[in-house]
Design a protein around this ligand. Structure first.
Ligand SMILES: *Cc1c(COP(=O)(O)O)cnc(C)c1O
Length: 393
């Protein structure tokens, strides 16, 4: 298994658990129990049943005929936008809340930037009646009012973080500090395939339902489980990891991740980690990250708050390094145009994050008989202000 972790949580040279000693108790409990719990029959039964009746899975694999015509190749959309709460993020938070219950935890913490992961976490805490604390930078709280209100309505305590830039990185530091202080009763739900081992592996496994469904659905629709290529946007990399997961060993399937170029990879205002980054340690994992020559993290920028992260999951750093996956990027402008195109051709308003994957279609040479699957990670309701500002609808 070339693309899965070794016993220390490494994908090649990336990953691991670069944790402070104070976090050892938290991580070691999770590490010794996560696989045993996830592989127990009761667990998968409850997970599968919630994915079906609560999230609304399987999400459809939709043949986008007008988009296909436009690009001269077969295009399918994996409709994660149709999940409850509007994105793929709930697949992971459902999995982690079931795990937390089996670990005997009664209190859940999370960090959030745009609020989407905070919302998915607050949702499953309401579902299970567990206490929920969401750390969020004060700047982000001001920018993401609707999500903050939803989280509060769901019963979560949203704690403003006033250190640093008052954004995601600072909220993450605060959540880690909380976890260290409450190792007994608290589980920390991380929202992407980032952070220390075993989080990247655990989150990838929960999201792998996406590629398991794609294989089945493609077989029904095309007669083959294997597409020509898979395309997904990459922030931390969880929807892409879920989309790639069951195809990693199928070397003939092309894997394409799309990062946020922001105002351009050379503009200094970007979040395209693999285009401009270098190896280092971020949030307790060795991975690729955006840093200056002194090793200070550089502030990421993207119009899409969900892709605005200065690192990338270690799985993707490894797929990049080995060449198994290719990583493209799309600017804010290209992304907005791609969102407009999908809306007008298919009647689907995508999340800005997902529109990055669509923008990459212009940069990929495609032949008429090829089968392309794009992960449509989320819906665009939350991004209407950005669309209005650009297009003035
Ligand atoms: C959060 C988010 C992303 C980015 O996260 P990944 O871990 O890279 O998948 C992408 N799309 C949507 C809709 C999101 O909410």
């Amino acid at each position: 298994m070339k693309y899965t972790i070794d016993q220390f949580g490494y994908y090649g040279e990336f990953g691991g658990a670069w944790i402070p000693e104070m976090m050892y108790a938290n991580i070691s409990e999770l590490l010794t129990r996560y696989l045993e719990i996830m592989e127990s029959p009761g667990f998968s039964q409850e997970f599968d049943s919630l994915l079906k009746d609560y999230v609304g899975r399987p999400s459809p694999l939709y043949y986008a005929s007008r988009l296909s015509e436009r690009y001269g190749s077969h295009l399918y959309l994996k409709r994660e936008d149709l999940n409850h709460t509007g994105s793929h993020k709930l697949n992971n938070t459902i999995g982690q809340i079931l795990l937390a219950q089996r670990l005997g935890k009664t209190r859940i913490i999370a960090e959030t930037g745009a609020g989407q992961h905070g919302l998915a976490t607050a949702t499953v805490c309401a579902l299970k009646g567990l206490q929920c604390v969401v750390y969020m930078g004060a700047t982000d709280i001001a920018r993401q009012e609707p999500n903050v209100r939803k989280m509060r309505m769901l019963g979560a305590e949203v704690v403003p973080v006033n250190s640093g830039n008052k954004t995601l990185k600072d909220a993450t530091n605060e959540a880690m500090r909380d976890w260290i202080n409450h190792p007994e009763d608290t589980h920390y739900i991380i929202g992407s395939v980032v952070g220390p081992h075993p989080y990247p592996d655990m989150v990838a496994r929960f999201q792998s339902v996406i590629s398991a469904e794609i294989r089945k659905q493609l077989l029904e629709k095309t007669g083959s489980e294997l597409p020509t290529r898979l395309i997904a946007c990459v922030g931390g990399g969880s929807n892409a990891a879920g989309t790639f997961y069951h195809f990693l060993e199928e070397e003939q399937v092309e894997l394409i991740g799309v990062e946020a170029a922001g105002r351009g990879v050379d503009s200094g205002e970007t979040a395209a980690t693999l285009a401009v980054g270098s190896p280092g340690v971020l949030h307790a994992a060795r991975t690729m990250l955006m840093q200056n020559s002194d090793g200070q993290i550089t502030e990421p920028y993207s119009i899409s708050a969900g892709l605005d992260y200065p690192g990338i999951g270690p799985l993707h750093a490894h797929l990049f390094k080995t060449g198994r996956a290719k990583y493209l990027n799309a600017t804010d402008r290209e992304t907005l145009e791609a969102a407009h195109l999908l809306t007008r051709l298919e009647g689907i308003i995508p999340a800005l994050e997902s529109a990055h994957a669509l923008a990459a279609l212009d940069k990929i040479p495609m032949k008429p008989d090829e089968v392309n699957v794009v992960c449509l990670s989320g819906r665009g309701d939350k991004d209407m202000a950005a669309y209005l500002e650009y297009f003035g609808y």
